[in-house]
Design a binder for this molecule. Structure first.
Ligand code: GLU
Length: 600
């Protein structure tokens, strides 16, 4: 074990932890605890520092692997086990949740009930360890040791010498326990309860263990290294809350003020810190200040919190807020559905009716509230509010709730909320229609708009009536239509890619009924990204077919196509030279796709 920081680090985070230790190397105040004689034998120069991320990466510096007894650092975890066994209310009936403002071994109990002030001081911890499920003293301790091991992600053991030393000298704890027994807050055999508590304090851990244990709390009860759920997320939250207010003995207020992260210290010199949703830290340095906290441990946590702006109460600087939502107006977006001339004209004339709002980053309270405000201020003309969640990471529960409420409110205003969300987050689907991408969401809105004005885009359009033939009279139209073959596709069938054989080559596909779409050549055509689609009235040329083999044109419904081959086109030109003029310019126009602005 080295007492000096290593000269070089392998990565920036390790370098940072080394740097913290290096800066505190000359801080030699305090003395190791000696009221438990065995603890006084420790080498005061030991100094370790570890950090565990929520994906289970453990970084460490110095004496990170040296084992020491957990002492009071075990208390939050045993509190968690008691919560898991009895629930919050039942545990609170036996032990309070108020900072005592007194020393860890304070003898004051709540007047009347005899309840100890909180689970982080000795009296409270003796009660919580007595609450852990188990019929016998051994069964209870086994559950505690297994529980602590699950938090650490490896089997932990007990330092029997420290245990014996605590047992022999723990008269103050004994006095506390008897007082509580007398007051009714500690039931059962007092000596047996104390033995469980002393053993729990004598469990051996390292800085790395403390980092993983606290990362488990920070991550909502799931051990980031083993992936095991150790306690329910709400119990992890309860524990962190009590650590934040009571974890640092009678220095808890100062700690919250200056460091601002839930933490627990122990008289052996360990401190565990958990920053919710971020990481866990373990520090070990035996010399203590007068309140029983590790001197270098406190200083290290101050440095880390200060240097990296980790205080829980700090307001996120405005420039670090997620990008605000963007409302795209005037709406430049159109789906990639092939539209007939009449449909395009109708949509162009009503561009303001469909409004798209693009969200990015994590969807938290603030972003949801901004979205809400934007939606509620939409002009009356807007009939569809499309929320693009394609670039959204996490959706906080509060944001999901607000958006669900928004969908309901918009419905009462005759405004429909539609989501584009590749992750199909179930939380949102209950009140808003959801599509796997923006193209399909827009297409659904356009279809509804068109249907509402009598231009139902799914009504079959016979070839003889199509846009392609422009001003041609009925006789000419019939002659043109005759040159086409019929191709029926069942839903799910794909269209053969254009062949290269010159004369059999199809040069024009016309959709009479049903729907075609381009999607990835995978079994799951629903969720794979789709580009254009084509319904009745659409005409496609070989140029519309995807060049890549990984994508194909599929019939999304039973579809009837009319196709014109190169040979058919040649025959037609010979027979009806006038007619061909229509065909030569029409397909491009009819098959045109619309620019989707900057969010394709
Ligand atoms: N086992 C120690 C005691 O009860 C724990 C105290 C502490 O770490 O705060 O005295």
């Amino acid at each position: 074990m080295g007492h000096e920081p290593e000269a070089s680090a392998h990565d920036p985070l390790t370098a940072l932890l080394d740097g913290v230790r290096l800066r505190l190397r000359d801080l030699n105040d305090g003395e190791p605890a000696s009221y438990i004689p065995e603890l006084g034998r420790v080498d005061p120069r030991l100094f370790g520092l570890s950090l565990c991320t929520l994906d289970g990466q453990v970084y460490g510096s110095g004496d990170r692997a040296v084992r020491f007894t957990a002492q009071s650092v075990s208390k939050p975890f045993v509190f968690a086990l008691a919560l898991a066994d009895h629930g919050l209310e039942n545990v609170l009936a036996r032990v309070g949740a108020e900072p005592s403002g007194e020393a860890f071994n304070s003898i004051r109990l709540e007047p009347g009930t005899g309840r100890p002030p909180n689970p982080m001081v000795n009296a409270g911890a003796i009660v919580t360890s007595s609450l852990v499920a188990g019929d016998t003293q051994k069964a209870r301790f086994d559950r505690i040791l297994d529980g602590l091991s699950a938090f650490a992600g490896r089997p932990l053991t007990v330092d029997e010498a420290v245990y014996a030393s605590e047992c022999a000298t723990g008269d103050r704890n004994r006095a506390l326990a008897y007082l509580m027994h007398n007051a009714g807050s500690l039931t059962g055999d007092v000596e047996a309860e104390l033995a469980v508590y002393f053993r729990q304090c004598s469990v051996l851990v390292t800085c790395d263990d403390l980092a993983v244990m606290h990362a488990t709390l920070a991550g909502g009860g799931i051990n980031p290294v083993t992936g095991e759920r150790v306690v329910a997320s709400r119990h992890a939250q309860h524990v962190l809350a009590v650590m934040a207010t009571c974890g640092m003995y009678d220095a808890s207020g100062q700690w919250m003020l200056r460091v601002g992260m839930p933490a627990k210290s122990g008289v052996s010199g360990g401190i565990g810190v958990a920053l919710p949703s971020q990481f866990g830290i373990g520090v070990f340095s035996p010399p203590l200040e007068e309140k029983g906290n590790s001197v270098r441990g406190i200083a290290a946590c101050h440095l880390i919190s200060d240097q990296f702006g980790l205080h829980l109460m700090r307001a996120t600087a405005p420039e670090r807020r997620p990008l605000p939502p963007r409302s795209l107006h005037p709406a430049p977006l159109r789906s990639l559905r092939h539209r007939t001339r009449a449909q395009r004209a109708a949509l162009d004339a009503r561009a303001e009716r469909i409004r798209v709002h693009v969200l990015q980053g994590d969807l938290d309270f603030a972003t949801a509230e901004q979205t809400l405000r934007a939606a509620l201020e939409l002009p009356d003309a807007v009939g569809w509010f499309v929320l693009d969640l394609t670039r959204v990471g996490r959706i906080e529960p509060v944001a999901a709730d607000l958006l669900r409420g928004l969908a309901a409110e918009l419905r009462t205003r005759d405004l429909r909320m539609v989501l584009a969300d590749p992750d199909e987050r179930q939380a949102m689907t209950r009140t808003a229609d959801e599509f796997p991408d923006l193209g399909r969401a827009l297409e659904a809105c356009e279809d509804e708009l068109l249907t509402g004005i009598g231009l139902d885009p799914d009504i079959p359009v016979p070839l003889a009536d199509c846009d392609l033939f422009g001003e041609a009279d009925p006789g000419l139209r019939a002659a043109l239509a005759e040159a086409f073959d019929t191709l029926d596709l069942a839903a799910g069938e794909s269209v053969a890619p254009p062949q290269t054989v010159p004369l059999d080559r199809i040069v024009l596909w016309y959709v009479e009924s049903g729907r075609l779409a381009v999607c990835a050549d995978a079994a799951d055509t629903v969720t794979t990204r789709r580009t254009w689609s084509a319904g009745p009235g659409a005409a496609l040329t070989p140029a519309d077919f995807p060049p890549r083999r990984t994508r194909k044109v599929v019939a999304e419904r039973d579809t009837r196509c009319r196709t014109l081959t190169a040979a058919g086109f040649r025959r037609l030109r010979e027979r009806e030279p006038d007619a061909v003029a229509f065909l030569e310019r029409a397909p491009l126009e009819g098959a045109e796709t619309v620019d989707r602005g900057d969010v394709t």
